[in-house]
Design a protein around this ligand. Sequence first.
Ligand SMILES: Nc1ncnc2c1ncn2[C@@H]1O[C@H](COP(=O)(O)OP(=O)(O)OP(=O)(O)O)[C@@H](O)[C@H]1O
Ligand SMILES: [Mg+2]
Length: 227
Amino acid sequence: MNLHVKSLSATRAGRTILHPTDLTIGAGERIALVGPSGSGKSTLGHALIDRFGGRGGVVAHVPQSPDEALDPLRTLRFHWREAEQALGRPPDPARQSELLAALGLPDADLKTRPWGWSRGMQQRFVIALALIGAPKLLILDEPTSALDPVIAAATMDLVDRHLAATDMAILLITHDLGLAAKRAERIWVLEAGRIVEDVATAKLLSRPASSAAQALVAHRNWAVLPC
Ligand SMILES: Nc1ncnc2c1ncn2[C@@H]1O[C@H](COP(=O)(O)OP(=O)(O)OP(=O)(O)O)[C@@H](O)[C@H]1O
Ligand SMILES: [Mg+2]
């Protein structure tokens, strides 16, 4: 089922960060949201969460840093239970095992706290948490920027494999055009809080129309990144 969003906007400290925007996201569609730092990408992600509720039933969000999602003093089991409770779900060990295995964490010891875990493991755990409610849309905000390129690509492969069997859509927030090129079929280019381009990925790469897209495409090193 498509997700329609009318007039999404965001104001922070009296400033309009995201100008009113209508969005349509098809079931199972993979959209990359690209644009320069400060253009409002994360703000658009947060505005979607505000619109649909942050519990992860319709839209689930993996923040730019796992630190935003994980309390270092709480066990991973606590985080899992909290996420289930937010969705109004009873404990479901089978679903937990399935998701942790899907994200490459089959033997995770959930009695531990997140600081014992590598960044890559924390990131995958946070993605698994976001998948508990099988949302219609998964927002991944810079999912690979804190990871080394090999781990980052492996993480995205795990997400791709898990989602292939579902009709969950992805909004992949990134300023890495290589990641967008490989993982998304459609791209939104955000510039100063406005979507200035909404096109098929191949078209954006071959014929960028907006100045923001032209600037991104001009950085040819995007083509050699492994993600
Ligand atoms: N809580 C806030 N209070 C004031 N200004 C904010 C707030 N959150 C975001 N902004 C401003 O909104 C603008 C967009 O921020 P946002 O984090 O959405 O950008 P971004 O495109 O995600 O950047 P990056 O690529 O660096 O993550 C920036 O100018 C930022 O300073
Ligand atoms: Mg951001």
